[in-house]
Design a protein around this ligand. Structure first.
Ligand code: ATP
Length: 470
């Protein structure tokens, strides 16, 4: 197995993703649009599998957790209550020579300086001024930047705004979780859950990121998978530790190597938060950076919405009759960032038969294609007919199966290896009975070892079904 080279890994992943239909640049034929990527046929299957695994772990495997799919557009007051219209900003400075815009906190971090999220514009300018000499423009290399200004990341739209001046904007969601707070009362009234209970949602988020970069890491449009656990006030400590542990274990369960994960505790908490940790992944080209945020948020979110909406969002304790605003423990992860972590972790090069081969060592349960079926030769109708029979039979039970008869068997293996298909099934003359004792058997090749075994067609469904659950 060759070593994972952090300097070239990102380039290799970007190229593989394009070549094999995982991820394409958004609007590519028009020159693209910064911060937007499209998931191709393989990528969308990977994404579906990750979402299904996440949903299973956070809804079906738990008790008292409920799924939700709230509308993207929300009353603009929602973003006032959440603090996004006033405080959801990143510090921006512009290169005076080439007009490249940089995110000041990230540029300061590169030279080892921490810009606190809570700093005012004046404090940020003072800090930036003290380090201007060390910060170069990533585009032209000059050190000549404008003053720092706070740039709001919310994306405005004119949905239902007929003013022609855009003065009554409706926002695209800056984060997916607000829909959960807005439906807290609906869920309480319709399902009568008892605390602690969770509500989860996978939803789109949009951010006017100053410098979208690093492929799927920082986008302007992405999906977030969020869980919010509503708990009694002050009963946060044990539940928070449990959630942290669950989320860590989940990454191991989908096949991420533990050495590529680490914890990072937030140093400067916002005033309402009790605690905040990130699970970081060792991303190619970036090193360790945030993959998922896990936040102990007290009663802030519901209290804000209660104040701004005027609606009572308190929970009534069924035993004591006491009314209170529940506290919230939150987990939030971007699915594109998660896909990048999964792709990077699966990317493997090894030496097979004297040649370097590239393969994605996905866990079978998240692999976009579970098995590929080949006729040994595509110009022998009897082989093709038998192979189609096997393919149709398998596809009924395991939908993520593909047919491939293009090029020689070696090329087909390479192609399937590169998309991480765990099993390849070849129908040959022995299947048809050339060697009588092998009639109605096929070769089953294992992606990771390249080893092949002879398997009865009758046993394939059971064998594959078991193997792809892992
Ligand atoms: P960052 O510090 O990287 O900007 P954040 O702290 O603003 O991220 P949160 O608001 O906590 O991120 O969002 C929760 C999760 O959503 C992040 O852990 C990340 O996985 C994902 N996420 C946030 N911003 C982006 C983005 N621009 N592109 C892709 N995923 C994102």
């Amino acid at each position: 197995m060759t070593e994972r080279n952090p300097d070239t890994l990102m380039e290799k992943i970007v190229s593989l993703c394009k070549r094999r239909g995982f991820v394409y640049q958004g609007s590519e034929i028009y020159g693209g649009l910064a911060g937007i990527y499209d998931f191709g046929p393989r990528g969308v299957e990977l994404l579906h599998n990750l979402k299904a695994a996440w949903w299973r772990a956070n809804v079906y495997d738990k008790e008292n957790y409920y799924g939700l799919d709230s509308g993207m557009f929300k009353n603009p007051r929602v973003w006032e209550a959440s603090g996004h219209t006033s405080g959801f900003s990143d510090p921006l400075a512009e290169c005076r020579k080439c007009n490249t815009r940089v995110r000041v906190d990230k540029e300061l971090a590169k030279v080892g300086v921490v810009a606190d999220e809570k700093m005012s514009e004046k404090e940020l300018n003072d800090l930036f001024d003290a380090h201007r000499g060390e910060i170069t423009c990533p585009q032209c290399g000059k050190k000549d930047f404008t003053a720092v200004r706070a740039f709001n990341l919310l994306v405005k739209t004119n949905l239902g705004d007929f003013t022609s001046t855009g003065s009554e904007p409706v926002y695209l969601p800056g984060e997916a979780c607000q829909g959960i707070y807005l439906n807290f009362k609906n869920i309480l009234d319709t399902l009568q859950p008892k605390l602690p209970f969770g509500v989860v949602q996978i939803g789109k988020a949009f951010r006017n990121e100053i410098s979208p970069r690093n492929f799927l890491f920082r986008l302007r449009e992405f999906e977030q998978a969020d869980t919010q656990l509503f708990i009694k006030p002050h009963q946060n400590k044990d539940a928070y530790e449990q959630i942290k542990q669950d989320r860590w274990n989940w990454y191991l369960a989908i096949g991420i190597r533990e050495e590529n994960l680490r914890w990072k505790q937030h140093e400067n908490l916002v005033f309402y938060a009790k605690d905040a940790w990130d699970i970081e992944y060792n991303f190619p080209a970036l090193g360790f950076d945030e993959l998922e945020g896990i936040h102990d948020r007290t009663d802030y979110d519901l209290t804000q919405h209660q104040q701004f909406s005027g609606i009572d969002l308190r929970y009534t304790d069924p035993e004591t009759g006491e009314k209170f605003v529940p506290w919230i423990l939150e987990t939030s992860v971007g699915l594109s960032r998660m896909s990048l972590a999964v792709l990077a972790d699966a990317y493997t090069e090894d030496d097979l038969g004297g040649e370097t081969r590239v393969f994605l060592k996905f866990k079978p349960s998240i692999a976009p294609v579970k098995a590929a079926v080949f006729p040994l030769l595509k110009n022998k109708p009897e082989l093709v007919a038998k192979a189609r029979e096997v393919y149709q039979m398998l596809k009924k039970e395991i939908p993520q199966i593909v047919w491939d008869d293009n090029g020689n068997i070696g090329k087909r293996y390479r192609r399937q290896d590169e998309i991480g298909t765990p099993f390849c099934i070849t129908i040959d003359f022995d299947t048809l009975g050339e060697t009588p004792e092998m009639q109605d058997t096929v070769t089953l090749r294992d992606r990771d070892t390249g080893e092949q075994q002879r398997v009865k067609i009758d046993e394939l469904v059971e064998l594959l079904t078991k193997a792809i659950k892992v």
